[in-house]
Design a protein around this ligand. Structure first.
Ligand SMILES: [Zn+2]
Length: 337
């Protein structure tokens, strides 16, 4: 399930490649044919991500709302502009490149790509094998365009294809893909809990603290309740609770206020790292070697997530796994007693 950082990255990709441009829209699969026809030919005006949802504004007061859900993903093809602030392998900020399939030499400052494809720019959402050429526009200049068709062939069930003259974005498997009026869009956003990257930071924190402190549901459920806080999924939930050494079953109203604030600040921090690197890096203070390993492999970057039965990295106790709210919850019974 894509968590909030992925959706913010997708929105940024649309910002760079679609906003200000006229879009061609189609629904190769047919399930969004009417909506695509409405979007076709309009200019993309703005885009925002709130939690796990993306809202793309088209000229004429029309909004596209997309929720990827468990299986959705966007695949980008063609010329894709890369965010110059993407953190590089060694943590420096600067101009970095996504290695294209036809570029042989590794680029020294390239971000470390995860084997599972979590931070792939070609496909953002549910991890899947990248099948498209992702190249920086500057690098494609003058290069023979080998093996890449334009427009890219339709592969699988593409609900919506958006294109400019040079970039294509294919949406597959979303939970929601619909058009909205401005009022409907605002109503959708109003239902969502605070997102650290949207709106006023102080107001956001207060909303989160108040929402948690008045509920008796376990904190582990509240963190994934999108009306309480936006963008947290199963990975961040488990990791944040471990980082706070908090028992997942603690009712929200019994979590001390300072801990609730600490959770919020941790989410602010982790989300920023996730948006920057494309990965849910939840460990701090790693040595450069450990950092590289952790960026390259999920198994090396989490405290408890996906570690059921393995010894806790801190106390050695077996990490517990239980079902909570129909999702798997990982935690250390000793550190989080
Ligand atoms: Zn432990």
């Amino acid at each position: 399930m894509p968590e909030g950082h992925s959706v913010h990255r997708i929105a940024r990709q649309f910002e760079r490649n679609f906003v200000g441009k006229q879009m061609r829209a189609s629904s190769p699969q047919g399930r969004f044919a009417e909506g695509a026809a409405m979007l076709d030919g309009r200019e993309a005006v703005s885009v925002k991500a709130v939690g796990k949802q993306m809202f793309l504004e088209a000229e004429g007061d029309l909004w596209l709302r997309v929720h990827l859900g468990l299986y959705g993903a966007w695949d980008f093809a063609g010329e894709i502009l890369i965010d110059p602030t993407i953190a590089s392998a060694n943590g420096r900020m600067g101009q970095t490149n996504q290695r294209g399939t036809d570029l042989d030499a590794p680029i020294v400052d390239a971000p470390i790509l995860d084997a599972a494809g979590e931070n792939s720019l070609a496909s953002i959402g549910a991890p899947r094998r990248a099948r498209v050429h992702v190249r920086m526009s500057e690098q494609t200049k003058g290069l023979a365009d080998e093996g890449s068709e334009w427009p890219p062939p339709i592969v699988g069930q593409v609900r919506l294809r958006l294109m400019t003259d040079i970039t294509a974005a294919d949406l597959r498997g979303p939970t929601a893909c619909e058009l909205q009026t401005p009022d409907e869009m605002l109503a959708s956003v109003a239902k969502l809990g605070p997102d650290p990257l949207v709106g006023d930071p102080i107001e956001n924190e207060e909303r989160f603290v108040q929402a948690v402190r008045k509920k008796k549901a376990p904190i582990a459920l509240l963190l994934m309740d999108q009306s309480v806080v936006s963008g947290i999924g199963n990975v961040y939930r488990a990791e944040m609770l471990y980082r706070a050494r908090l028992n997942p079953h603690t009712p929200g109203r019994d979590v001390p206020e300072e801990i609730v604030r600490q959770l919020w600040h941790d989410w602010v921090r982790l989300l920023a790292i996730g948006v920057e690197t494309g990965q849910m890096m939840t460990m701090d203070d790693l040595s450069p070697t450990d950092y590289r390993a952790a960026m390259a492999s999920r198994d090396d970057r989490h405290w408890v997530y996906h570690r059921a039965g393995l010894p806790c990295r801190v106390c050695g106790t077996e990490i517990a796994l239980e079902e909570l709210g129909a999702r798997k919850l990982y935690w250390c019974p000793r550190c989080q007693a």
